[in-house]
Design a protein around this ligand. Structure first.
Ligand code: ZN
Length: 139
C-alpha cells in the first residue's frame, strides 16, 4: 500500500485574467491586477493597485454602479479642482505670488483629470450599452 504520489505543482492564477504567476509576486505580469495584500499596503504598490482599479472601471464599465462610483469619486476631484482654481483667481488678479499660481495650477490639473475620467468612463459605458442593445437577439 503505497501512498506515494508525484508532488502536485500548484500554481496560483490571477483572479482577473487566469494567468499563472509565481508565488510572492505582487502584481499580475499580464494584466497588472494586485495579487498580494502587500500590493494594497505598501505606498507605491497601493497607487499601482488603485490605478489598475480605476483604469478597469474607466475602460470597461459594465454596471451602472461603476459609472455612479466614478462620477462620485472623480466628480469630487473635478469640483475641488474647480473650487481651487476659482478661489485663486482673485488672488492672481491682485498679483499675490507664486503660491497662489501653483495652487491654481493644481486646481486646473485636478479638474482636468476628474473631467477626463468622467467623460471617458461615461462614453465607454454608453458605447457598451448601445452595443448590447444592437446585438440583442430577436429584435
Ligand atoms: Zn491578470
Amino acid at each position: 500500500m503505497s501512498d506515494r504520489h508525484l508532488p502536485v505543482v500548484q500554481r496560483a492564477l490571477c483572479q482577473e485574467c487566469l494567468t499563472p504567476y509565481t508565488p510572492g509576486t505582487h502584481f499580475c505580469p499580464k494584466c497588472g491586477a494586485p495579487l498580494s495584500s502587500f500590493a494594497t499596503i505598501a505606498p507605491w504598490e497601493r497607487i499601482q493597485a488603485e490605478r489598475h482599479i480605476f483604469a478597469n472601471a474607466a475602460s470597461d464599465p459594465r454596471k451602472p454602479i461603476t459609472l455612479i462610483g466614478v462620477w462620485l469619486i472623480f466628480g469630487a476631484m473635478l469640483a475641488s479642482g474647480l473650487a481651487l482654481t476659482i478661489m485663486c483667481f482673485p488672488l492672481q488678479l491682485r498679483n499675490l505670488g507664486v503660491e497662489s499660481a501653483l495652487i491654481a495650477l493644481t486646481g486646473v490639473f485636478l479638474a482636468f483629470i476628474g473631467g477626463f475620467v468622467i467623460v471617458r468612463t461615461t462614453i465607454n459605458y454608453l458605447k457598451k450599452k448601445r452595443h448590447a442593445i444592437d446585438t440583442e437577439p430577436g429584435e
